[in-house]
Design a protein around this ligand. Structure first.
Ligand SMILES: [Zn+2]
Length: 462
């Protein structure tokens, strides 16, 4: 064979093969890089109402760490829990299912086997999964550890705020809960000592502060003093705020450990809460009785360096039920989200803007015993829906309430009798959830065709 233009054909072919292999390796390396899943740090703050966070405009500096985190990521301005109590909310956080579907409607019940949990789905996707519970409410007895390889739910008596040895008919082996600094230590130990270098991690951390009783360390009380002559309520609100500031500081300590491990860049950090706290806004000091905003409007923020915008606010209302499907979509895991009640809002996080989008957000209060709050009886279950500016609350035993959150954000003017058509429209949206029985009830789900079509059109699958 004659060499063309003086080139050695064998050498040219060898070089071509080499170039091809190098290009192939580069493509492979890029593909591997693209396929590399980020770590996920999901932090749940117990009993944190959004309007007491300085990251949401509160006058006191309760959450400087969350302020800094929100400047580095995206804050959901109107995030709502599905329930005003701990276990049902966390069950929703872990499954993307409403309490009516996952079956854990009140504290002390067990998560049903219905559906797969986020931890199970992430384990299947190759994640190392670990959870640090902050109180006995999330004990494995109640099934909330499902899918986690590691679940720390032992609470030493020292540091526990609740000395009880029994809760909801279950024996509490030692303490009931742990302080925020103890929670940080366990989560930090996992990050430093127990990580599998060959797998991304999903670490869930539950801070039980600032749940009552409000007994923050003295150091934090000093920053939120009560003036001479403060009312008992003002003193309690200060103590609540101090507990929130203490927790915020502990979140900062955990994020610092993440940074020291060199993992900030490849970790999605999500901070949220399970519900808020009454603080007598509508006659209740704690939580569990109401579905007003102080009980269900929660902080929610995302940080994912180089992938999500910095310092952005997301205006449309989103639900805690939306979080699991959103996480799956952010991670590029296509299986599972369609089986959840919540809808993914990952496209809103990844897009530079969201224009004029609103979807209804549903909420549910499990059965409560008959009680008088603000001179009114409350009893049984209660259902709520937020759609645009309108929020509607209904149940068999209490009066219907309709609020215009734009004109009346403190929910003081019940407009139900003034806007019957709006009430009728929102009732229609709520009906399927009101009538839905938990799969564990054995009575199944009985929805009319019209109800199914409405919910399916809204993206709520069954
Ligand atoms: Zn809680």
């Amino acid at each position: 064979m004659r060499a063309i233009m003086g080139l050695d054909p064998v050498g040219a072919i060898t070089r071509s093969v080499e170039a091809f292999l190098v290009a192939l390796l580069m493509v492979f390396a890029v593909a591997c890089e693209q396929a590399k899943l980020p770590n996920l740090l999901l932090i749940s703050l117990d009993t944190v109402r959004a309007d007491h966070c300085s990251a949401y405009g509160y006058g006191r500096s309760t959450t400087p760490v969350l302020e800094a985190l929100s400047a580095e990521g995206i804050v959901c301005d109107a995030a709502y829990s599905v329930s005003p109590i701990t276990a049902p909310s966390h069950a929703t956080l872990f499954t993307g299912l409403m309490p009516q579907t996952h079956g854990l409607r009140v504290n002390g019940e067990r998560l049903s086997d219905f559906g797969l949990t986020l931890a199970e789905r992430l384990t299947a996707a190759g994640y190392q999964t670990a959870g640090v519970a902050g109180s006995f409410v999330l004990n494995r007895t109640f099934g909330l550890d499902r899918g986690f390889e590691f679940w720390d739910d032992y609470f030493p008596a020292e540091g526990s705020k609740h000395p009880s040895s029994e809760w909801m008919g279950h024996e509490v082996p030692a303490g009931f809960d742990r302080r925020a600094d103890q929670t940080t230590e366990i989560a930090a130990d996992f990050l430093r000592d127990s990580r599998d270098p060959d797998r991304p991690f999903f670490l869930f951390v539950h801070y039980f502060e600032p749940h009552g009783p409000y007994v923050p360390p003295d150091r934090w009380r000093k920053d939120f003093p009560c003036d001479q002559g403060s009312s008992e309520l003002e003193s309690m609100v200060s103590a609540y705020d101090a507990g929130l500031a203490f927790t915020d500081d502990e979140v900062g300590r955990l994020l610092k450990v993440l940074d020291e491990m060199g993992s900030t860049e490849d970790t999605i950090v999500i901070v949220t809460a399970d519900h808020g706290e009454g603080l007598m806004t509508h006659g209740a000091m704690a939580h569990g009785q109401h579905l007003y905003d102080e009980a269900v409007r929660i902080p929610l923020m995302f940080r994912w360096p180089n992938r999500l915008a910095e310092g952005r606010k997301l205006a449309p209302a989103v639900s805690l039920a939306d979080l699991a499907p959103t996480i799956l979509e952010l991670l590029g895991i296509n299986e599972g989200a369609q089986e959840m009640d919540g809808r993914s809002f990952a496209p809103w996080l990844l897009s530079p803007s969201v224009e004029g989008v609103t979807f209804p957000v549903f909420m549910f209060r499990g059965k409560v015993r008959r009680a008088v709050v603000e001179k009114r009886w409350i009893e049984g279950e209660r259902f709520g829906v937020l759609d645009g500016q309108w929020k509607f609350l209904t149940s068999e035993s209490e009066e219907d309430e309709l609020f215009d959150l734009e004109a009346d954000p403190k929910e003081r003017m019940n407009l139900a009798s003034s806007y019957p058509q709006e009430v009728e429209r929102l009732e229609l949206l709520l009906n399927p959830w009101v009538r839905m029985k938990s799969p564990t009830d054995g009575s199944g789900i009985t929805l009319s065709l019209e109800e199914r079509q409405i919910l399916e059109a809204l993206g709520y699958g069954f």
